[in-house]
Design a protein around this ligand. Sequence first.
Ligand SMILES: Cc1cc2nc3c(=O)[nH]c(=O)nc-3n(C[C@H](O)[C@H](O)[C@H](O)COP(=O)(O)OP(=O)(O)OC[C@H]3O[C@@H](n4cnc5c(N)ncnc54)[C@H](O)[C@@H]3O)c2cc1C
Length: 334
Amino acid sequence: MATPSGIISTTGVGGLTLGGGHGYLSRKLGLTIDNLLEAEVVLADGRVVTASESRHPDLFWALRGGGGNFGVVTSFVFRLHPVTNVVAGPTVWPVAATPEVLTWYREFLPTQPDDLYGFFATMTVPPGDPFPAELHLQKACGVVWCYTGDPADADEVFAPVRALAPQREGIGSVPYPALQSAFDALYPKGLQWYWRGNFVRDVPDAAVSVHTRFAEELPSMQSTMHLYPIDGAVHQVGPADTAWSYRDVTYSQVIAGVDPDPANADAIKRWTVDYSEACRPYSAGGAYVNFMMDEGEDRVRATYQGNYQRLAEIKAVYDPDNILRINQNLPPRR
Ligand SMILES: Cc1cc2nc3c(=O)[nH]c(=O)nc-3n(C[C@H](O)[C@H](O)[C@H](O)COP(=O)(O)OP(=O)(O)OC[C@H]3O[C@@H](n4cnc5c(N)ncnc54)[C@H](O)[C@@H]3O)c2cc1C
């Protein structure tokens, strides 16, 4: 049994859920918050309440995307779905193929059933399994796939992917937790991170050029850019049904400068910020709150769009003194 969550199994359930939560199961089953049934919350005044569709429904609405603004969640109840083996894994091409692969990807995935998920990435090939030694530390682009449909159809589903002749293909039948933890070792605790996000409706040719340029300039082995699909079941929930308002975009983009050495902090930050600024013309406006740094109130407001005022009013009820403010803050407003 599973519910949608992140692509790295060690990611904390608290922050991930309250910010929205997207991952391998999201085209089929929606965001993590779309599967949240109930949360136990310690409020700013010390009261403990249960939030659900029928109990504190305003609070329940705000928790689903509004981050840590409304209380400290001490337990979640999720809707679970049977997910056993998936046909999944990475396909990798040389970085020079980024224009061809990204152009193909933007046309291909939206036409596929929700059973097929694949996030696009630019990266440096990690020096280890499942990648052959000749690819280690080469700059690359790729897609990490997860197919939850009938395994008997998998060859047909992946035929167009194989037709694009990836340098390395690691697609096979694996238990879902094996896929979800496949990249855990690449991102251990203690790394330096600087990241930026963007919601993206489409990827025009000019944006493809930007991605290709910054892929060639990746500043460290762990730095990466991902485009996570935000379509399928995520679009079946309305923009005002939960606090997570960007229900009509196609991707949630993350640009992550990552390195173990603090001496490289400036280099990973510069690449991330320059890349993010270059993507601005192709952004839908806001970003997934879980991929934002301290970018100011206007950026938070842009991210919640028409839901911002209602969030500020609910904040005024549950945390009028803004005690919970070390977050993507929603100041209380009546
Ligand atoms: C390697 C990596 C991979 C990731 N992949 C994905 C992905 O695939 N999909 C995705 O959606 N996100 C992904 N993320 C982003 C992730 O959702 C955020 O980093 C999230 O904040 C992690 O949750 P956490 O509980 O560890 O947060 P923390 O860093 O512990 O907290 C962040 C904030 O969340 C709030 N918070 C956390 N727990 C609670 C709680 N119990 N009650 C109230 N507020 C709380 C607080 O405001 C806190 O300041 C990834 C992050 C990393 C580092």
